[in-house]
Design a protein around this ligand. Structure first.
Ligand SMILES: Nc1nc2c(c(=O)[nH]1)N[C@H]1C(S)=C(S)[C@@H](COP(=O)(O)O)O[C@H]1N2
Ligand SMILES: [Mo]
Length: 529
């Protein structure tokens, strides 16, 4: 033992063995997942468990730092942590065998537990992570044996020349180190190839994409509002009044987007109802669908942020389905559940009053994109998405706030999420350099379901001046505004505030997104030269 430790010529090799074992294990695990349990990728399972464990501040930090790339950032983070742990496990494996292998096996078991506890776990959800852990354990053991052989030989050689133990110039050691590195490299290579292959298999298996592209949605029985002339000011840099699907913000907890074949989709309405109602895709499309234009907003949107978008939706009013089920008088909430287990708690009233709360199937003239809830999602004007806009929705439970909670409530977000009066300056951009003279300031303002009466703009510490409001599509959508400005040279701060329908301006008080939505006036600094 003592001699082996003293012969620690190339300590980095132990870390290499650990990393190679984990890369091979992870790659094989991903491949098994892609082939037999698509939803149970070890990475996605661990990532999903971390997302579920995340409190409000963590969600917001991730969104603030990475925006809608928060999921990619999480996966990269998990990979980095895993590689560091792998290097440590490799080192420990030699110092105190079999500690390294035990660590790798434990990670596999943890992944399997995470996978089986996902809401949409299949019967074999545990398999990919266990295979990953098993492969990593076996590989680490094997690489260590190759490494050990090299050290033993190095030791014999070293006896004669104690000054340079295991010198790389020793031909035996050199050859065996090459063997070790070759095997390690092969493990990494196979692991990476397996991971790439599994992502290709995954992409190819997206038969739901083919089903989706073959769908022709029925025409609306009730047409939505026309876009009034002038509602879109067509100013460069100003968000268009209707957001193209490809540019629509995406926020959800799904690391792997649920793939639901509409032919198997069913929605169950149950709980405090006179009779359960269940409908399938064809039943839903056969109903008289209504079109509406509604702006969705995320509670995590910072002042000036872009987690907001407007679409023309096609769907069926939820209130008609609730009426069919017969809601019992003590109910005050509907807990909607996604196929992947996400839930939202929506006040019953918001789903039964006259607003356009719908089960949406269409978005801007096409079936919902995968990322936005295909085949069916909820759209409820006036409430932040986390309490209302359930994508991939499969269940509506009529219940009470006293008895049930939506996904984000126990994680530090408010039970109720009415959208706050807000505005945003799109033009000019923060930090823009302008030429002195006539220019235009423009932006959007919103308070869905309530409406906006006006917007005011202030230059530096000057007076509040009325901006021109473009015609609104309706109270459920944001509205564009513009303000002509004769910009004098110098550095200026432009601030805006919306005026609510009650005549009250948007609050100046600065609040962070958690627990129920950010507040404060948007402001941009510009240099005029
Ligand atoms: N299934 C599911 N639906 C969900 C979420 C989710 O995490 N899972 N997030 C909600 C949140 S927080 C928002 S803001 C909206 C965003 O909808 P979008 O991604 O279509 O813009 O979806 C809501 N619906
Ligand atoms: Mo959100």
């Amino acid at each position: 033992m003592h001699m082996v430790q003293r012969d620690d010529a190339l300590p980095g090799d132990d870390a290499v063995a650990g990393v190679a074992a984990v890369v091979l294990g992870a790659g094989v695990g991903e491949a098994v997942a892609a082939l037999i349990a698509p939803g149970s990728s070890p990475f996605a399972a661990i990532g999903g468990a971390l997302i579920d464990a995340a409190p409000a501040w963590a969600k917001n930090t991730a969104i603030a730092l990475f925006g809608t790339a928060d999921k990619a950032a999480l996966l990269v983070g998990i990979a980095i942590v895993l590689l560091v742990v792998a290097a440590i496990a490799g080192t420990l494996e030699r110092r105190r065998p079999p500690v390294g292998r035990v660590i790798l096996g434990a990670i596999g078991v943890a992944g399997a537990i995470a996978a089986v506890t996902r809401a949409d776990a299949g019967a074999f959800a545990w398999l990919p992570s266990l295979v990953a852990g098993g492969v990593a354990v076996i590989t680490l053991g094997a690489l260590r044996r190759v490494g050990q052989r090299r050290r033993m030989q190095g030791l014999h050689g070293a006896r004669a020349r104690d000054a340079s133990p295991a010198s790389p110039s020793d031909p035996n050691v050199g050859a065996d180190r090459r063997t070790f590195l070759l095997w390690s490299g092969a493990a990494v290579g196979v692991g990476v190839l397996a991971a790439i292959g599994s992502s290709l298999v995954r992409a190819g298996a997206r038969s739901v994409a083919a089903v989706r592209s073959a769908i022709r949605l029925p025409a609306a029985a009730v047409a939505g509002p026309a876009i009034p002339a002038g509602a879109d000011l067509q100013i460069a840099g100003l968000a268009p009044v209707i957001t193209p699907n490809a540019d629509f913000y995406r926020i959800d907890t799904a690391l792997i987007v649920p793939q639901i074949d509409p032919a198997t989709w069913r929605l169950r309405i149950h709980g405090k109802v006179d009779q359960e109602v269940e409908i399938g895709w064809e039943d839903l499309l056969a109903l008289p669908l209504e079109e509406s234009v509604t702006t969705l907003t995320c509670v995590s949107n910072e002042v000036g942020g872009d987690l907001i978008g407007t679409a023309r939706w096609l769907g069926y009013p939820i209130r008609h389905l609730l009426a069919r089920a017969g809601v019992q008088p003590e109910a005050d909430m509907v807990l909607s559940t996604s196929q992947d287990g996400f839930t939202a708690g929506t006040p019953l009233e918001a789903l039964t009053d006259e607003r356009n709360a719908i089960l949406a199937v269409g978005m801007n003239g096409e079936p919902l994109p995968d990322d936005h809830g295909f085949p069916v999602r909820m759209v409820v004007p006036g409430l932040y998405g986390y309490v209302s806009a359930t994508k991939w929705v499969v269940e509506l439970e009529v219940t009470r706030f006293a008895d049930a909670q939506g996904y984000w409530t126990p994680r530090g977000w408010s039970e109720l999420g009415p959208i706050k009066l807000a505005s945003r300056i799109d033009v000019p951009r923060r930090g823009a350099r302008l030429t002195a003279g006539d220019t235009v300031i423009a932006g959007v303002a919103w308070q869905q379901h309530v409406g906006v009466r006006g917007v005011q703009v202030r230059i530096d510490d000057g007076p509040w001046q009325d901006a021109v409001l473009a015609p609104a599509i309706g109270v459920d959508t944001w509205v564009q505004w513009t303000f002509p400005w004769n910009a004098p040279a110098g550095r200026h701060a432009i601030t805006a505030r919306a005026i609510g329908v009650d005549g009250q301006p948007q609050t100046e008080a600065v609040a962070p997104p958690a627990p129920d939505g950010a507040t404060g006036w948007p402001s941009v600094a510009v240099d005029v030269g």
